[in-house]
Write a protein that binds this ligand. Sequence first.
Ligand code: HEC
Length: 182
Amino acid sequence: MHFSIIEKGAFAVLVTAWVVWGSNIIGNTLVHAEPLKTPAYKVGGEAAAETPAKAVETAATGGGGGDALAMLSAADAGAGAKTFKKCKACHSTAKGGKNKVGPNLWDVVGRAKAGVPGFKFSGALKGLGGEWTYKDLDAFLTKPKKFAKGTKMSFAGLKKPKDRANLIIYLRSLSDQPKPLP
Ligand code: HEC
């Protein structure tokens, strides 16, 4: 089979057109793919650094992440009682309950810090002064060793504001006259 000059010419034009069209597509892909790559990666990175749950927590506490006080009115004493399982080994909760490794926690909200008779508090706790306000309980339970440097309470702390809010509301309930919410 023989091609005429015209046929060959037409074929050449076709091939050229195809090559140009094809390289255009490749070119476009490269040009468009590059700038897309960076934002797409960034979004993924942010999502990994801050999970949605964490973001919600941060929003609910007004940022900072250390403050459970804003959540107290919606907190759940029943859930707090469950969280208190972490504390039970060291703390009794009954009125007149005896001190264990840690002091009895009956009526602790509003109580003088380091004020339980018969319990040997550390200098760190005795040095705090004042009463256990909601705010101080929140700070102490977030990271005991940070709030009371040198405390002998061996507890890492509760990172989640919601856990602390529930727990604080539970502690508040350990009283004949629960203190008003802040
Ligand atoms: C391993 C034992 C241990 C665990 C677990 C523990 N505590 Fe304590 N807690 C102590 C000790 C010991 C002290 C006294 C600290 C000091 O004198 O430095 C204390 C002190 C406290 C105080 C201050 C009381 C006061 O009268 O000034 C509060 C409030 C408290 N704990 C709450 C909790 C809560 C709530 C939890 C659970 C989230 C918890 N603790 C877990 C041992 C513990």
